[in-house]
Write a protein that binds this ligand. Structure first.
Ligand SMILES: Nc1ncnc2c1ncn2[C@@H]1O[C@H](COP(=O)(O)OP(=O)(O)O)[C@@H](O)[C@H]1O
Ligand SMILES: [Mg+2]
Length: 226
């Protein structure tokens, strides 16, 4: 099948006043095909989040290519990029980043409304997703009234509402205990078939690796298959 995302020889450095230029990504190559699960491990500070930010168009590269279905995303304007982020990608981070003043269902609906769906349709879709993640009785709760695991499941529903092609998950269980981590990871693994989505995740949780299609380690600014 075709390639969703292709990253070719991407380099990225940051200049820090204290320690000059730091080469974070030093020739990264990666290919994501439809309906695949890819996991990236690597020590703290090795550049994993930087890579996800680049894929999301939130960080510029120094050189290389980032192609989405053959199109060079580094050439896209802000509007196209924002639309791409909202419709083709879903994000799950270590912290949920739910909006505190909105209920669970409102948080899930917002990306659909931004995408032009009616309130009624957005509400229906959000309810369906929250139900799927076992949150039927929590839809009117604010994030602060939910447990860490529940908050993360709301974030997962929000990431899926516009039926993205790729979910980016950056240490999605980094803030959870073992039981909640395994619930979230199981949900993540099921998404591939249930929503025909690809998943690119950064995780320290080794137990998940046997269920991934591809595993890489970020070392010395490169992705090495393991
Ligand atoms: N905006 C930035 N400005 C300067 N340095 C940064 C910036 N973002 C990340 N870095 C540096 O890049 C390196 C990789 O960071 P990061 O991608 O967050 O690593 P990881 O997610 O693997 O822990 C770190 O040394 C970090 O301090
Ligand atoms: Mg990180």
């Amino acid at each position: 099948m075709s390639t969703l995302l292709r990253i070719t020889d991407v380099k990225k450095s940051f200049s820090a006043p204290e320690n000059g230029v730091v080469n974070v990504l030093n020739g990264v190559n990666l290919e994501i095909r439809p309906k695949t699960i890819t996991s990236i491990i690597g020590s703290s500070g090795s550049g994993k989040s930087t890579l996800l930010h680049i894929i999301a168009g939130l960080e510029k590269i120094d050189s290389g290519l980032v192609e989405w279905q053959g199109d060079d995303i580094t050439q896209w304007g802000d509007k196209k990029m924002a639309n791409f982020r909202n419709t083709e990608m879903g994000f799950i981070f270590q912290f949920h980043y739910l909006l505190p003043e909105f209920s669970a269902i409102e948080n899930v609906m917002i990306p659909a409304i931004i995408n032009g769906k009616s309130e009624r349709e957005s509400n229906r879709l959000a309810k369906e997703l929250l139900d799927e993640f076992g949150l039927r009785h929590r839809i009117d709760h604010r994030p602060s009234q939910l447990s860490g695991g529940e908050q993360q499941r709301v974030a997962m529903a929000r990431a899926l509402i516009n039926t993205p092609a790729l979910i980016l998950a950056d240490e999605p269980t980094g803030n959870l205990d073992e039981k909640n981590s395994s619930t979230i990871l199981n949900h993540l693994l099921n998404l591939k078939n249930r929503f025909s989505v690809s998943i690119l995740m950064v995780t320290h949780d080794k137990s998940i690796n046997k269920d991934c299609d591809f595993i890489f380690e970020m070392t010395d600014g490169k992705l090495l298959p393991i």
